[in-house]
Every structure is written in C-alpha cells, then in structure tokens.
Write a protein of this length. Structure first.
Length: 134
C-alpha cells in the first residue's frame, strides 16, 4: 500500500469545530488569533476548549498525526505541550480532501506571549497557526 504525506490546504484555530450530521459540511466557530484574558485574570491562563482544523489533500496511506504547542521567548521557541500521535488512514485516493478536526481541552498558557500550534505528520511539521496570549 502506497504512503504519501498530505498537503495542508488550511490550518485554523477556533473555539469549536461543528461537523454536519451527513459529514458534508464543517463550521468553524469563532476563529482565534489571540486569547485575551479578562481583567485581573491570573496566569496560568487556562482555556477549557479550543480546536484546530486542518484541511488535507494529496495524502495516501496511514500516518501518525500530532500537535505541538510552542512558545516564543527572546528569539527562541520552546515546546510547552504535545497531543498525539494519532494514527489516521487517508486511504489511497490522493484527490480526496480530508477534514481533520482536533478538539483541545484544558490548555494551559503559563504566561503572556506568542504561541504556535504545529501540525505534524510522521514527525514532520506540516503547518502551523500562531496565536497571542495577552
């Protein structure tokens, strides 16, 4: 069986991914580019729900997908969290477009700053989405 790493058409952070019952459509609820704390909300900043959504094409075979959360500080990037890997079979038709909803729960941001979520496939970075925490 052939295996080919997919291409990412889109990778977004949002509050929730809602999939139509028939699987024909997806709604991304409230795209997220920043997390703004309430006045006097202390650190660590905890977000009970956040989601990522990837749209993939050109992939074939079974792959291990993971998400890595990093923080930028003084020119360096540090890994602060990981989810996965989860094995997903993309089948053998590279023309099919796959939606990959990734719900995240109880995310902890220890301090303000710039963060990035990296989507990885078989250990390779495929895409990233950056958010600010203020």
């Amino acid at each position: 069986m052939a295996s080919e790493i997919p291409v990412v058409r889109s990778f977004q952070a949002c509050l929730e991914v809602i999939t139509d019952p028939g699987g024909t459509g997806v709604t991304l609820k409230t795209l997220v580019h920043a997390i703004v704390r309430l006045p006097r909300e202390p650190f660590p900043c905890i977000r009970e729900e956040l989601a990522l959504y990837a749209l993939l094409s050109n992939g074939r075979g079974e792959h291990a997908f993971a998400v890595e959360l990093t923080r930028f500080d003084l020119g360096a990037e540090t890994v602060v969290g990981r989810v996965g890997p989860v094995r997903i079979d993309l089948g053998q038709d590279p023309v099919i477009v796959h939606g990959l909803p990734i719900p995240l729960r109880n995310l902890v941001f220890k301090e303000a700053g710039q963060y990035a979520f990296y989507l990885r496939c078989d250990g390779q970075p495929l895409a990233d989405v950056k958010i600010a925490v203020r």
